[in-house]
Design a protein around this ligand. Structure first.
Ligand code: RAM
Length: 360
């Protein structure tokens, strides 16, 4: 009872006043606070893998962007799992992929509403940290999914696939399509997005291999996961670089907009396009010859794993430390890796042969 009202007043304070002020007014750092600041870097309490799965929890999902079809599928997967586990699901989030301030206030709202856990896809690695740490201090379990914050600002990150796999395979796909020769560009999402930037770094590293000596990365453009801006950025790339041979767009909004532009232009089938796309968005561009192959994971499974991890954390079965394992129901057993990262699996490559086998 006492803890309850303590949580409520601190959370309310955090949401209405300066977070720094609120943190000190809430009694500074106690042993429990340190434990709850979680992640793999702190001395979180002991995990009890045999603890029963708690029911009646509230789990809030906070995607980068609510009206993005990718997150609609991911969060539906989360919702289904939360319900199956006997808990309550809610979703909040900004409609723009660059509204970082909006994400911060949604974190504060969820904390204030005393959710048991939240699953967040961060638009920026650092901007949400103060709010997320405040959430953890108030006993909320925090997982990130799709796009991470800093490891000390959450208990675990549910990664879609390793950044290594995703960065290198997209370069390999495009290189094959352009015969390992010519100028290429990247069409990304928001300039601050943790996931996009991690993949782009690996792409640059992959391009250092001598087998790509005739490929030149001429530009990285940012479409902010906004369809219109991504379309215009693609148009701009081709105006600025008329010799462009290929584009990698590691965002579902970007690749769709780029495909739409290319398919209605003289570049169709000549300028190659690959990246991360949703099969239902990309099918027609594969069939009309604009796109040969692209890749993705199953977003619903990513959301489901985020939900199952959030509930396992709230149940005390895991704390977010490397080496802990937990039972993710029909998804099988997962082990927490370095820095509290849990990896969903390998991405799938889609092309004319298999794109009809998927419906998401
Ligand atoms: C967009 C978002 C998301 C990314 C996918 C591939 O929907 O940028 O973060 O993981 O594309």
């Amino acid at each position: 009872m006492h803890k309850h009202s303590f949580r409520r007043s601190c959370a309310a304070l955090a949401a209405t006043t300066s977070l720094v002020l609120a943190a000190s007014a809430c009694g500074g750092t106690t042993k429990q606070d340190v434990a709850e600041e979680g992640g793999s870097t702190t001395t979180a309490g002991k995990a009890d893998p045999g603890a029963p799965t708690k029911k009646g929890l509230t789990v809030g999902f906070l995607p980068k962007q609510v009206n993005n079809p990718y997150f609609t599928v991911a969060d539906k997967g989360g919702e289904k799992a939360v319900r199956q586990l006997g808990s309550t699901y809610k979703e909040v989030g900004p409609s723009s992929g660059t509204d970082t301030a909006g994400q911060v206030s949604y974190v504060n709202t969820l904390t204030q509403q005393q959710v048991d856990a939240m699953a967040v896809s961060a638009q920026d690695p650092g901007a949400l940290c103060t709010a997320l740490k405040q959430a953890m201090k108030n006993g909320v379990k925090v997982v990130t999914y799709d796009s991470d914050t800093r490891p000390e600002c959450r208990h675990a990150f549910i990664s879609q696939a390793s950044a290594e796999d995703l960065g290198r395979t997209q370069v390999r796909l495009l290189a094959e399509q352009i015969g390992h020769k010519g100028e290429i560009a990247i069409l990304s999402a928001a300039q601050t997005a943790t996931n996009q930037n991690a993949w782009i770094e690996i792409m640059k590293d992959e391009l250092k291999d001598p087998k790509y000596k005739d490929i030149k990365l001429v530009k990285i453009a940012y479409g902010d996961d906004d369809a219109q801006k991504s379309f215009q950025q693609t148009q701009g790339l081709l105006q600025e670089h008329p010799q462009l041979k290929g584009i990698i767009s590691p965002t579902t909004v970007g690749i769709k907009a780029a495909a739409q532009y290319l398919s209605g232009s003289k570049y169709k089938g000549k300028v190659r396009l690959t990246g991360l796309g949703v099969p239902n968005d990309m099918r027609k561009y594969v069939k009309n010859g604009t796109v040969e192959a692209f890749e993705l994971w199953d977003p619903a499974k990513l959301g489901e794993l985020a939900a199952r991890t959030a509930v396992a954390l709230s149940s005390g079965q895991i704390t977010g430390k490397e080496g802990e394992t937990f039972d993710a129901g029909p998804m099988g057993e997962y082990t927490i890796g370095e820095d509290g990262v849990i990896t969903l699996g390998k991405p799938t490559v889609f092309d004319a042969k298999n794109v009809d086998d998927f419906d998401f």
